[in-house]
Write a new protein. Structure first.
Lengths: 124, 124
């Protein structure tokens, strides 16, 4: 299944960037693309995941699956982010066995959200 | 639109509950139901939103909308959670004007996730 990897590209991780300096989130985004992303992972930049105090942050999501948000990341974590996203895409239900998750996914979870139970609107 | 309000009912918010004591998350869940939830909000209990260090936590989500996760909540916040969830349901795109959000939603965001861009699988 193709999954979505949202990367906050505006994150400053609590730091004030110097003039002309690239935001830490944008650096993480670039490093993820440079790490080589499989076709099963659709990388989407986003302005703010509202996890500013725990940035840099990313989110993994796909239809019918739990969504996951991870934080306290930097560009050095890019290869692990890609590996974790690829494992999420490869798992038939999106639930990767605990031990197969990168350490940053085991220790730096900010939140997870169950898939939406689709509630049919009342027919009139 | 009917939206989903996930409430972590296992959250202990970093505390060790005494024997026989109801988990803080379960107390929040009960308080939300007692506060009176509109039909537009589908309350779904869930075991762990993986935001344990920032509990109690809830998540708001709906098809085609941003999902939001809030934390550092307790049962006294139940009326505000319901008001915020109702506003999310009532907003045509799920984006409630900043000033119309309850203070706990403005100040206690853990994360937000964009709606999933549906990527069609390649036709064989």
């Amino acid at each position: 299944m193709t999954v979505t990897l949202h990367v906050c590209v505006t994150c400053r991780a609590g730091q004030s960037p110097r003039e002309g300096e690239t935001a830490l989130g944008a650096r993480l985004h670039s490093a993820i693309l440079e790490a080589g992303v499989p076709e099963s992972v659709n990388v989407v930049p986003v302005e703010c995941l509202s996890a500013c105090s725990q940035g840099c942050s990313i989110a993994l999501s796909a239809p019918g699956r739990w969504s996951y948000v991870y934080g306290r990341l930097s560009d050095v974590n890019a290869p692990d982010v890609v590996a974790g996203a690829a494992a999420y895409a490869a798992a038939s239900d999106g639930i990767v066995p605990w031990r197969s998750r990168p350490e940053i996914f085991r220790k730096q979870s900010l939140a997870r959200i169950p898939s939406i139970a689709v509630v049919p609107e009342t027919a009139e």
